[in-house]
Write a protein that binds this ligand. Structure first.
Ligand SMILES: O=C(O)[C@H](O)[C@@H](O)[C@H](O)[C@H](O)COP(=O)(O)O
Length: 239
């Protein structure tokens, strides 16, 4: 695991962008494409600012969602909707709408998760019978959740599904789908980007005390794990 503490949000954005650039380059050189999973929440503005800085062949990218809120794309809670508005605009990055794999709408949460699993089956190569993403870009909430995997929730035990529905997310909106831990931990690279003093206690619990929280359970089995942490969020790490 690599933990990098950076001075401010701008450096976090720059570092994250560099990591994405390198990982995309390796994936495209080795396999000809780059399958990346993005999150929403506080990670979204980092990507909106960071992706335009990177040198890459965007035409080789496919963008998936580590988790997504089940709301219409024009709802302000939709992570896809946000990227559609802020990122998938020609003057920002050369990513096209067709390269994004959003959740299907108008289905029950169970069906939404199943339909997303089908999308993974179509596009993401398997390793150990599980889809293997090239990179998962993860956020972490102040309670230690990541994706829509919340502390103490049954979903942490899920071993069969690749994508699971959740109807009682403590963070609104309640209905979501999320990649499950086996899929997260099968990725070639997982990267957390975390900022803000309000995350300093939980960062300590996860990175120093190794408390059993969802974000602590992100331990790619054969891949790499990066944490990019802004100084205030890292203030209780004594690094
Ligand atoms: O629904 C969401 O917001 C995200 O997709 C989720 O995966 C996010 O990364 C975590 O909830 C952490 O959220 P924050 O970074 O906003 O604390």
């Amino acid at each position: 695991m690599s933990i990098k503490v950076v001075d401010n949000k701008d450096s976090l954005i720059t570092d994250l962008a560099k990591l994405i650039e390198t990982t995309a380059k390796e994936s495209i050189c080795e396999r000809g494409f780059f399958n990346v999973g993005v999150s929403g929440g506080s990670l979204a503005p980092f990507l909106v600012s960071g992706l335009p800085k990177i040198q890459t062949d965007f035409s080789k990218w496919r963008v998936f969602f580590c988790d997504e809120r089940i709301v219409s794309y024009d709802n302000t809670d939709s992570t896809y909707g946000l990227y559609l508005q802020k990122l998938i605009v020609p003057e920002v990055v050369a990513l096209k709408q067709e390269q994004f794999i959003p959740i299907k709408l108008g289905l029950t949460p169970e069906e939404t998760a199943q339909a997303y699993e089908e999308e993974l089956r179509k596009y993401v190569p398997l390793n150990n019978s599980l889809p293997q993403f090239d990179l998962l870009l993860l956020g972490m909430g102040p309670d230690g959740h990541t994706c829509s995997l919340f502390p103490g929730h049954d979903l942490l035990q899920e071993t069969r599904k690749w994508v699971a529905p959740i109807k009682d997310s403590p963070k609104p909106p309640p209905e979501r789908v999320t990649l499950t831990l086996p899929v997260v931990n099968n990725a070639r690279v997982c990267a957390f980007a975390v900022a803000g003093i309000e995350k300093s206690d939980i960062i300590k619990k996860i990175l120093l005390d190794k408390e059993d929280l969802p974000a602590t359970r992100v331990q790619p089995s054969s891949g790499k794990l990066y944490w990019i942490v802004e100084k205030d969020a890292a203030s209780k790490l004594n690094m």
